[in-house]
Design a protein around this ligand. Structure first.
Ligand code: AMP
Ligand code: ZN
Length: 142
């Protein structure tokens, strides 16, 4: 289980800096985000230093996705949240700031101030849409 010394989340795993832990098993750790968008905002991390979900062993990724809805529903009960968002920022352009892969579990409340929105685009044509899908399909279903 390679952890690295200058990574804040590896330090949390090693207990070198404190965290508000909400879940732990042999593969993953979950703790409250220190700068939450809502109360109960939780981060799930693999106990392996991987910067990106793309290089993370599936055994860790599978456990992260398995535990995420359990944390979400538990936060609904604990805080009276009405739902939750799951998201993972992968890469600078996607907003990743901590280079140890992590999934966000964000409890949602009707009157909260969270904004997750974007102006929807339109494909230029049905052909363009079909071409994008086909290219991805061919790579993913080899
Ligand atoms: P991201 O933008 O997806 O890389 O998210 C990184 C998250 O890590 C941010 O929401 C930070 O508030 C959170 N964070 C950074 N350091 C800590 C820490 N020591 N304990 C808890 N959360 C942290
Ligand atoms: Zn790390």
């Amino acid at each position: 289980m390679p952890l690295i010394n200058d990574c804040v989340f590896c330090k949390i795993i090693k207990g070198e800096i404190p965290s508000s832990k909400v879940y732990e098993d042999d593969l993953v750790l979950a703790f409250l985000d220190i700068a939450p968008f809502n109360y109960g905002h939780t981060l799930i991390i693999p106990k392996d230093h991987q910067t990106s979900i793309t290089t993370l062993d599936e055994i860790y990724a599978n456990r992260m996705i398995a535990i995420a809805p359990k944390i979400g529903t538990t936060m609904m009960r604990v805080l009276g949240a009405e739902g939750f968002n799951l998201f993972l920022n992968n890469g600078t352009v996607a907003g990743q700031t901590v280079w140890h892969c992590h999934m966000h579990v964000l409890p949602r409340f009707t009157e909260d101030k969270v904004i997750i929105s974007s102006e929807p685009l339109k494909y230029e044509s049905k052909d363009q849409m079909a071409e994008i899908a086909q290219k991805a399909f061919d790579k993913l279903n080899k």
